[in-house]
Design a protein around this ligand. Structure first.
Ligand SMILES: [Fe+2]
Length: 312
């Protein structure tokens, strides 16, 4: 893209990177590839394997209900209109693999961080695009890779919590590595007293310390956000140690105390988790994919049709 992604880069940002949650200014919201018509065209050719469409509601007893669905050939721009009307979110995972513009903006953003933050080496990168309904929420969770949240359209509020007890227990990170499911955290509203709260508008982004738990609430408007993911060498090593500790606990009943990222202790855990990944039990520990329960259909009331045979 023309010009820098970050604008400006305040002087304190380099020393506070990954140590503090920070809201910075960016220019991605003006990028042509992130305007609604361009996103509609992207959806039109997006592979089924790389997106998730989710409808959220409540059961009669108030519990959250979460159903996965299919775009069903709905033109992308119409799908965005359906999201603007409903209780839906669409996650276009790995958009950097499906459009050169997304790969380019991702690489440029991290090149700028690497040029500003001494010692930062991003490693493998991913870019996702999240299109979500007015008032949609993302529940309390944390991510194993480093993550940045870029607001493109609409407004949202983000709560960022300390990456330490009681907001984050080491066993929760281990369970995420073991199950592949980020929502293994236990949220207590009392944590909110320890949270930093950020309102995000188009042209603003958030960065936070690795593994910091967070939750999100959209304002009363359609939201488009970009999430970028990076795996530094330390991130990858920590993930292997989390997985090894989870295997020791779940399969052998051993509670691991150490979380070494170097030396013989690290290499022993790296070998253990590698053996686990090759074992037949590893796949069974991962959360099963949800069945598809609805499809978009502009002719139906509410714009959704239940798929016959899906669980109520
Ligand atoms: Fe997240």
């Amino acid at each position: 893209m023309n010009g820098t992604v970050f604008h400006p880069w305040p002087a304190h940002t380099s020393k506070d990177w990954n140590l503090k949650a920070m809201r910075l200014q960016h220019r991605l919201h003006a990028h042509p590839a992130l305007q609604l018509d361009a996103l509609g065209a992207l959806i039109d050719s997006y592979p089924r394997s790389d997106y998730a469409l989710v409808h959220t509601s409540r059961h009669g007893d108030g519990r959250a209900r979460w159903r996965e669905g299919d775009i069903n050939g709905t033109p992308g721009r119409q799908a965005i209109d359906a999201i603007a009307q409903g209780s839906l979110w669409l996650n276009l995972r790995q958009a950097h693999l499906h459009g050169a513009a997304y790969a380019q903006m991702l690489q440029q953003a991290y090149d700028e961080v690497a040029a500003q933050v001494p010692g930062f080496c991003a490693g493998a990168l991913k870019l996702g695009i999240l299109i979500s309904s007015p008032r949609a929420q993302v529940h309390y969770h944390c991510d194993l890779p480093g993550q940045l949240l870029w607001q493109i359209h609409g407004r949202k509020r983000v709560w960022v919590y300390p990456a330490a007890t009681p907001c984050l227990q080491p066993e929760w990170l281990e369970d995420i590595a073991y199950t592949g499911f980020e929502f293994s955290l236990v949220y207590d509203p009392a944590f909110d007293r320890m949270a930093l709260v950020f309102d995000l508008e188009p042209g603003q982004m958030l960065t936070w310390p690795l593994n910091a738990p967070h939750r999100v609430e959209n304002a009363d408007c359609l939201n488009v956000s970009v999430t970028s993911e990076h795996w530094t060498r330390e991130n990858r090593r920590a993930q292997k140690v989390h997985l090894a500790n989870a295997v020791l606990r779940h399969r052998m009943g051993l509670r691991a105390r150490g979380r070494p990222l170097s030396g013989p202790g690290y290499w022993a855990k790296a070998a253990l988790q590698a053996a686990w990944r090759r074992s037949p039990w590893a796949g069974a520990a991962q959360k099963a994919l949800r069945p598809l329960e609805f499809r978009l259909d502009a002719r139906a009331p509410g714009g959704l049709v239940d798929i016959a045979g899906a669980a109520p």
